[in-house]
Design a protein around this ligand. Structure first.
Ligand SMILES: C[S@@+](CC[C@H](N)C(=O)[O-])C[C@H]1O[C@@H](n2cnc3c(N)ncnc32)[C@H](O)[C@@H]1O
Length: 271
């Protein structure tokens, strides 16, 4: 059976990118978080909610899961998906840099591939610290360097070149790859104990011919330089980028899949 076609970048993100890479990352993040029954969990920059949905059964009906994102389109997709077992998820629109919660309201704060997008990262980490209860923990996962991800590197080099932008303007998902910089954000926010753990997973994107177009379209959900493109300009860009990136993608072709390793750091910080 064919899946219903996505109607917007947020739906594309959920249908294509979440199973291919964000679900594997969420599984790793939650393994490190070891959330227990009854705990109160906040998922910051929840997107379409994969982390929150994985956390809900772990904390159970006695626990609490709040999931916050600033993009209403991502939240609309999250709210429309079937609810998991366990805690009911409270989806909230809001800004990670000014969390709309009282001090000490959560036992665990999770943030998956979100911190690199915030203009004031230090402020966002201070907010995570503020809303954690004594003894609470924050677990934040961000991607390692773009150079470790040649398929995305080829894609972003090409997009930047054709938009006449520096690569730094389109590589936001990889913009917080330095482990020391990540650690400093948490020590500066007065977390007592901070560990930066390297992790890796294997991304698997089905339908290889869709990888480049969907990578560009779904990035529009998160990367401002892509989001600002009008549809015709995006279509023209797609064709050019597809040609540029094809030789690199061929290196990662499996049977009906583009597959490659991905690398991240997880900051595990305790109050
Ligand atoms: C790459 S997505 C990750 C989403 C989700 N955590 C996941 O793993 O699928 C980044 C998300 O950060 C959100 N975001 C960016 N800036 C934000 C901010 N200042 N406050 C809250 N959410 C923000 C975007 O709307 C987007 O949903």
């Amino acid at each position: 059976m064919n899946q219903p076609q996505p109607r917007n970048p947020a739906e594309t993100y959920e249908q294509y990118f979440v199973p291919a890479m964000f679900l594997p990352w969420a599984t790793i993040l939650l393994r490190h978080a070891a959330a227990r029954s009854g705990e109160r969990v906040l998922d910051v920059a929840c997107g379409t909610g994969i982390v929150a949905r994985q956390a809900a059964p772990l904390v159970g009906a006695d626990g609490q899961v709040v999931a916050l994102d600033m993009n209403p389109a991502m939240l609309a997709v999250a709210r429309a998906l079937p609810a998991p077992s366990g805690a009911a998820i409270d989806w909230q629109e809001g800004n990670a840099m000014a969390l709309p919660f009282p001090d000490g309201a959560f036992d665990v704060v999770l943030c998956q591939h979100g911190l690199q997008f915030f203009p004031d990262r230090a402020g966002a980490v201070r907010e995570m610290r503020r809303v954690l209860a004594p003894g609470g923990r924050a677990l934040v996962i961000v991607l390692q360097a773009l150079a470790r991800h040649p398929a995305f590197e080829a894609l972003m080099d090409s997009v930047a070149r054709h938009l006449s932008l520096p690569v730094s303007a389109v590589m936001t998902p990889f913009a917080l790859s330095d482990a020391d910089e990540l650690r400093t954000l948490f020590t500066a926010a007065r977390f007592r104990k901070v560990d930066i753990l390297p992790e890796s997973t294997t991304a698997r994107f089905p339908e290889p011919e869709r990888f480049v177009p969907l990578a560009v379209i779904s990035s529009a959900a998160a990367v401002p330089a892509f989001a600002q493109l009008e549809a015709p300009a995006r279509a023209a860009l797609l064709e050019t980028v597809r040609g540029d990136v094809a030789p690199t993608i061929r290196r990662y072709l499996g049977t009906d899949v583009v597959t490659f390793p991905m690398f991240a750091h997880i900051a595990v910080a305790t109050t």
